[in-house]
Write a protein that binds this ligand. Structure first.
Ligand code: IMP
Length: 186
């Protein structure tokens, strides 16, 4: 494993950086095709989507704009609360715009379902969803990513922007966090 210092805190690697970049390149081609001739605003959800936004936007060969929101739905635990709070709002007026929401992971789907409704209520013309990862077995609401990187098992993962208590975001691959690391805080 390439993370000597934290390798005993992680279980298996689910998606390598190389696999993620290859998949995002494919998704970028789909996005280009679907939005051909239309403006496109990428809205990233801080902080987890920083890596996927960065890699997706650079895989695109068309002009895009980017904006960011920060929401909180988790606190420091590993299960979703379902309560969404806006910590940082958009800088852009999205009325009449085509928005592609860029997310790290769809777990219960509660965050994205809330965000999509929120953006539509501000008059966005279209709101689609791109998620790097999805845990299909954890889904609690009816939400489908228009563009999906990988389905993964219902395990708590870190890396590629995903954290546990703000740690591990910088890891290049997506790895399962050893349950030992959070067993005491649940
Ligand atoms: P949802 O509302 O349950 O779909 O959760 C969405 C947010 O929870 C994601 O954007 C992540 O920030 C966080 N999250 C969900 N699953 C994981 C995970 O396995 N590792 C790290 N963060 C996660």
């Amino acid at each position: 494993m390439r993370y000597d210092d934290v390798s005993d805190e992680l279980d298996e690697i689910l998606v390598t950086e190389e696999q993620m970049l290859a998949r995002l390149a494919e998704l970028a081609r789909e996005v280009e095709r679907d939005y051909d001739g239309h403006d496109l605003l990428l809205v990233g959800v801080l902080k987890g989507a920083v890596m996927v936004m960065s890699d997706l936007s650079r895989a695109l060969t068309r002009p895009v704009r980017m904006d960011w929101m920060a929401v909180s739905s988790y606190g420091h635990g590993t299960t979703s609360s379902g309560v969404v709070r806006i910590l940082k709002d958009l800088d852009t007026d999205i009325a009449g715009k085509n928005v592609l929401l860029v997310e790290d992971i769809i777990d219960t789907g509660l965050t994205l379902s809330w965000l999509r409704d929120n953006l539509l209520s501000r008059g966005a013309l279209t709101v689609k969803i791109l998620a790097a990862l999805q845990k299909p077995d954890a889904l609690k609401v009816d939400i489908v990513a228009d563009y999906l990187g990988f389905d993964i098992p219902n395990k708590f993962v870190v890396g590629y922007g995903l954290d546990y208590a703000e740690n591990y975001r910088h890891l290049r691959d997506v790895a399962v966090l050893s349950p030992r690391m959070y067993a005491d805080s649940e």
